[in-house]
Design a protein around this ligand. Sequence first.
Ligand code: SAH
Ligand code: DHB
Ligand code: MG
Length: 232
Amino acid sequence: MGQANDSEAMWTAVDAYLAGHLIEKDEVLEAALAESEAAGLPAIQVTALQGKMLQIFARMVGARRILEVGTLGGYSTIWLARALAAGGRLITLEADAKHAGVARTNLARAGLEGIVELRHGAALETLPQIAAEGCGPFDLIFIDADKQNIPRYFEWALKLSRLGTLIVVDNVVRGGAVIDPASSDTNVQGVQRFLEMIAAEPRVSATAIQTVGIKGYDGFALALVTAESTAG
Ligand code: SAH
Ligand code: DHB
Ligand code: MG
């Protein structure tokens, strides 16, 4: 988090204003946040407005299969899973046993036990299993785990995609740190390498959008798969 200033106070106030208009009161989502906080999880989940944006994306692509890398307490998972049509499924990957346990509680409370499959383990170990089992292709893939591995998650996302798959990547701006070519932060370097990859990747049409709000200054990358993946 950056130093408090007038801009950040404004972003927070506007987020509250927008959420007041656009986010319905939801006891399941609020309970998920409370459970996560009580368990001491870091409060780094997407905001309510961002969660709803992800849900709208999933509806826009008519998602029946969603893959999420980085579950935390399952907050974004619940937003995304609720976008699924009947028979739809979501797989979410989480390395931290405590986070996975809290997420299972939250997903059960949300009535999503039969819809969401949480796989505990490092995503670079669970992604090959998912590919080997033929779980894909996915209609929407949300990459939101450790940032140094974003390039590798994006490679797996391409393998697990079809024409029209939407790949969403969180935290690509990180307070502006992304533009520092000398950054020694491996998370920043991961984002930078990922942006170089998508710039050179003919199979996707990609953009990135800066965001401000209660989580400060960050951004999302969006990559639409416009040509079939030949890999995998
Ligand atoms: N998507 C969540 C937030 C995820 S925070 C939401 O918006 O609600 C990032 C999560 O990625 C953390 O829970 C962290 O434990 C997990 N993570 C970190 N490294 C990972 C890895 N190698 N494989 C899988 N998950 C990982
Ligand atoms: C942070 C925020 C995130 O959305 C995330 O996925 C990981 C870390 C953070 O603010 O540190
Ligand atoms: Mg994130």
